[in-house]
Design a binder for this molecule. Structure first.
Ligand code: ASP
Length: 333
């Protein structure tokens, strides 16, 4: 297997040379296969979008200390933010669509390219856990709407009213000024995207959101779409997105970031380039998108279309006892 792959790479590189397409081709094919053995660098790391990423990462490291792996770090961090009724963009308390329904999207992915996702779900308090169940307990990757809710009930998840008084009041106020139009803006984009690396070198990622506020009923953003809002390649790294999902989906952003990393870009360079794709392909005055990436050795990077994007980064080497915690402003990255 390994020798036929090597032979293929050698031949492909020779062909690339005669075609004059040079070094990026050979770099692209020299990345380790996804089935490469995972070697822990002895470093554990977690990166999550926005200020709430600090608490999510703390929770992720608690899950690690309790014996969990990278996936457990992701699920624990995401659940903490989903449960915060004060947050207006994730889980309970999320702003509703223009008809007053809170509809949630989430996905999760591991280092072996297992993935699970749920979209357009109502009354489910922890879509990240439901997405993980889809990944681990079903033959599918994605469940939507009523079918996902039915599966949640089958799992014994109690239906929960997600529309808080605070969110309902904000929606009622919006109705008085909006003409019932969904509006694109650069303010409402506090989805949490999370990436984690455990001491054994396993990577995982997750993303959970109530999506764009006052969207049309039925609208699904990038956050539950594997390749758009999240992508993980255990041999390379992971990436996640926050901001206007339509721009991320149109450019398959997170997959792009990870592919660029697989071709040799640092997480920072890859996020920068994925942002340029958006800037080059559509007007960006009214939209914000931020990317966050974590390499398989724990290196981190992030970049956004406009200033104001930040992310939390925690790391700990096996030899160090304490977790280093930083909140990074990606505006100038
Ligand atoms: N990316 C999310 C969406 O488009 C929004 C956000 O980041 O808050 O649904």
């Amino acid at each position: 297997m390994a020798s036929s792959r090597r032979k293929f790479i050698k031949e492909a590189t020779a062909i690339a040379g005669t075609l004059g397409i040079g070094s990026w081709w050979s770099k692209a094919w020299s990345r380790p296969p996804v089935s490469a053995p995972f070697e822990g660098s002895g470093r554990a790391a977690m990166a999550s979008t926005w200020n709430h990423g600090m608490l999510a990462n703390d929770e992720g490291f608690s899950a690690l200390d309790a014996g969990g792996n990278a996936l457990d770090m992701i699920e624990a961090g995401a659940r903490l933010v989903e449960a915060d009724a004060e947050g207006l963009s994730v889980g309970i308390g999320g702003l509703p669509d223009r008809d007053g329904n809170v509809t949630l999207d989430a996905c999760i992915m591991d280092h072996t390219q297992n993935a699970g996702s749920v979209c357009f779900v109502q009354n489910v308090a922890h879509p990240i856990t439901l997405a993980r169940k889809v990944m681990e307990e079903t033959p599918h990757v994605m469940l939507a709407g009523a079918g996902a809710e039915q599966y949640a009930r089958e799992l014994g998840m109690k239906p929960t009213n997600l529309l808080t008084v605070k969110a309902r009041k904000a929606w009622e106020k919006w109705q008085t000024t909006s003409n019932y139009e969904p509006v694109i803006n650069i303010e409402n984009h506090d989805t949490i995207g999370l990436l984690a690396l455990d001491h054994e070198g396993r990577l995982a990622g997750g993303c959970t959101t109530s999506g764009v506020a006052y969207k049309m009923h039925g609208r699904v953003g990038d956050s539950p779409i594997i390749g758009a809002g999240l992508y993980v390649d255990g041999a390379v790294g992971g990436a996640t997105a926050t901001g206007l999902g339509e721009a991320v989906m149109r450019t398959v952003g997170s997959f792009l970031v990870v592919e660029l990393m697989g071709q040799g870009a640092s997480p920072q360079e890859a996020c920068y380039e994925a942002v340029q794709r958006i800037i080059r392909s559509m007007p960006t005055d009214d939209l914000q998108v931020g990317y966050l990436a974590l390499g398989r050795n724990g290196e981190v990077g992030g970049h956004a279309v406009h200033g104001g994007f930040n992310y939390a980064f925690h790391q700990r080497s096996e030899t160090q006892g304490t977790v280093q915690r930083v909140l990074i402003d990606a505006s100038h990255g």
